[in-house]
Design a binder for this molecule. Structure first.
Ligand SMILES: *Cc1c(COP(=O)(O)O)cnc(C)c1O
Length: 369
């Protein structure tokens, strides 16, 4: 009799799975660890979902989420063929890996066709997706201030691969919160021979976006999600905007009914109430400014942020100790034990009351020390 483990592909046995932020059920917990929006979806969205909970739950949803695709096309001034909807943008990132990148075993060693490239630090899902696919991970360090290396430096250095089959750029970046200039991104996209996915999960909190690049270049895709800015993590809806041929390739390999029906309805209703969300963006940006300045006065080194979170190096104790101390005060933030980022905490911007609670806890921690 074989052991069950021996029945699993070695690649999967070896795999280090992605670790999502915790979702603990602790009463009174202030949850600032997964960049969820502190404000609920608009009343119209909640009503649209409630109204849809009826006999139609027995039916399959629209297989291409067509009404949502068309509404997004109108919003972004493009064709529905420029858009593909996913079960969260994470699903589309996985599909991109499978559609544009060869497993290493399928191509000669060293070929760019098997390379998935990304900056370090950025979204820690990318290397997991590459590993699952048997592709070659190619992390490239950001500058010490977490800025993008200049194109001239990438060209001069030996590390960056202009032949990578797929390059993921989180912009604005996570977990650093830094925004990158459109001109820099454009120059990089132009120089790149493979596909570039600009992951704009947080772009609604930033002063500019790169959507135009996805509608101008044959190798550029912009990734967006309803999760963070549109308070819809629970429903799992994200989308790509890009050249029709690249979108059609994803469409071919996705599950036929990848986007659940209530998610489609919720996302469509969201687009009909954008002013509600824009007011929330302004509130979150104002709280971000307020909290950043207040923490700086306590001695935190807070990086400028274009997102709904801040990345801050705390004073006095190691970041890991702060994580524990804040947790003891029922405040959950995020910390990673990787060399480039282990001195920092990532703190989601919640409501003003939550930001105040965080600040009071930090003041208490510092005075008790
Ligand atoms: C949250 C996040 C996503 C995933 O969003 P979903 O649409 O919920 O899957 C993608 N990229 C980055 C950088 C994120 O932070």
């Amino acid at each position: 009799m074989k052991s069950s483990a021996s029945l699993i592909r070695p690649l999967v046995r070896r795999l280090h799975a992605y670790v999502p932020g915790e979702q603990p059920q602790i009463p009174g917990l202030i949850k600032l660890n997964t960049n969820e929006n502190p404000y609920p979806p608009s009343p119209r969205v909640r009503q649209a979902i409630r109204r849809a909970v009826d006999g139609r739950l027995r039916l399959y949803p629209n297989p291409t989420a067509q009404p949502l695709r068309e509404a997004l096309a109108r919003l972004h001034g493009c064709a529905p063929e420029n858009i593909v909807i996913g079960n969260g943008s994470d699903e589309l990132l996985a599909l991109a890996t499978r559609a544009y990148v060869e497993p290493a075993a399928a191509v000669p060693q060293g070929s760019g066709r098997a390379v998935v490239q990304f900056f370090n630090p950025s979204y820690s899902l990318y290397p997991v997706l590459a590993e699952i696919h048997g592709a070659v991970n190619h992390p490239v360090p950001l500058r010490p201030d977490f800025g993008l290396p200049a194109l001239a430096d990438l060209k001069r250095g030996k590390l960056w691969r202009f032949d990578a089959a797929l390059t993921y750029i989180t912009t604005p970046n996570a977990p650093t919160g830094r925004g990158y200039a459109l001109a820099e991104l454009e120059a990089l996209c132009q120089a790149q021979r493979g596909v570039v996915v600009l992951d704009e999960a947080y772009v609604d909190f930033a002063p500019e976006n790169a959507l135009a690049l996805a509608l101008r270049y044959p190798n550029v895709i912009v990734s967006r999600t309803f999760s963070k800015a549109y308070s819809l993590c629970f429903q799992r809806v994200g989308y790509f905007v890009g050249p029709p041929a690249l979108m059609a390739a994803l469409d071919k390999i996705r599950d036929s009914y990848n986007v659940n029906g209530l998610g489609q309805i919720a996302a469509l209703a969201t687009l009909e109430d954008l002013d509600y969300y824009r007011r929330n963006f302004q509130k979150i940006i104002a709280t971000r400014q307020w909290l950043s300045e207040a923490l700086r006065r306590l001695g935190f080194d807070v990086l400028p942020s274009h997102t709904n979170f801040i990345f801050a190096r705390p004073p006095r104790f190691p970041a890991r100790a702060w994580l524990e101390k804040l947790r003891a005060s029922k405040i959950l933030v995020r910390w990673w034990n990787y060399p480039e980022v282990r001195d920092y905490l990532r703190i989601t911007i919640g409501t003003r009351a939550e930001a105040q609670a965080l600040l009071h806890a930090a003041q208490r921690i510092l005075t008790e020390a």
